[in-house]
Design a protein around this ligand. Structure first.
Ligand code: 13P
Ligand code: ZN
Length: 272
């Protein structure tokens, strides 16, 4: 079977194009990865070649032998739909979780995203904590979330509570909250470690003055999470632009009622 004909591939391409259409991927901004299921690998592996082993830049023993579909470094999300063979590729992780090799795609000599350490370290945490259910890691340059990182204190509690208040469904969509990473140099293992640590608690992490990471089980859920958070941020930007204090909002006792009705647990530190 051709990789291009598989549902996981089509879903990946569609998600990248949706992100482009949202305005979250200027130039080569943002990246996407998907941990391919064994049965999906089995269907398409006849097309695989074996590239040279290269260092991941992080150590992820929990992902030994896994295959990932990933966007390429320097590739534009704008081109993923029209030129996927150039923009994306499949990589295999070695048995120690130290190296990867390209087995498909990147036909013009491309390489995986420079944020590969962050993607893989997040995948490693989520694979373990969700018994393998989570398969998608998504990084986008979400305009309004980035704007807020200049005016709100860079604290998980502040971002979570402020964004929860912006739309009634927010605490239902991300009941565990959102983590915040202070400004760090992107593309390396330090920011990857800081992000992966937050992913032990949250499904989404904000990178100050840069963007956001979201993780999830499916393309729909991961894109939906990114979209929900960015939309809440857009509302907050509008509210703050109108006046600096809120005349009314969703209050702590409202959140408690909501949690009961929707059967979600909201951590106390975001309620007080
Ligand atoms: P890549 O083009 O290497 O994926 O980098 C884009 C980006 O958003 C870096 O944070
Ligand atoms: Zn980025």
């Amino acid at each position: 079977m051709r990789v291009e004909d598989e549902e996981f591939f089509k879903g990946f391409i569609r998600m990248a194009d949706d992100g482009w259409n949202m305005g979250w991927h200027e130039r080569n901004g943002g990246n996407l990865s998907y941990r391919i299921k064994d049965e999906e690998v089995a269907k398409v592996s006849e097309n695989f070649i074996q590239g040279e082993w290269k260092s991941i830049g992080a150590v992820v023993p929990g992902l030994a032998g896994e295959f990932f579909l990933v966007t390429g470094s320097g590739k534009f999300f704008r081109n993923v739909m029209t030129d996927p063979h150039d923009s994306v590729g499949i990589i295999e992780i070695d048995e120690k979780g130290e190296q990867y090799r390209i087995v498909w795609g990147f036909i013009n000599g491309g390489v995986p995203t420079s944020e590969l350490p962050s993607h893989l370290m997040n995948h490693q945490v989520k694979k373990k904590l969700t018994d393998g259910r989570y398969r998608v890691v998504y990084h986008a340059h979400t305009t309004n979330v980035i704007a807020l990182t200049f005016v709100l204190p860079l604290k998980d509690e502040v971002f979570t509570r402020e964004l929860w208040e912006m739309a009634t469904e927010c605490p239902v969509v991300f009941p565990d909250g959102i983590g915040v990473v202070e400004w760090m140099i992107p593309g390396g293992k330090d920011i990857a470690a800081a992000t992966a640590k937050l992913m032990e608690t949250y499904d989404a992490a904000i990178w100050a003055h840069h963007g956001m990471f979201a993780t999830g089980e499916t393309f729909d859920l991961t894109f939906g999470l990114m979209h929900t958070i960015e939309k809440a941020a857009e509302i907050l930007v509008k509210v703050l632009s109108i006046r600096k204090d809120k005349l009314q909002t969703i209050r702590t006792d409202d959140f408690i009622k909501l949690a009961k009705e929707f059967n979600v647990e909201l951590p106390n530190r975001f309620l007080n």
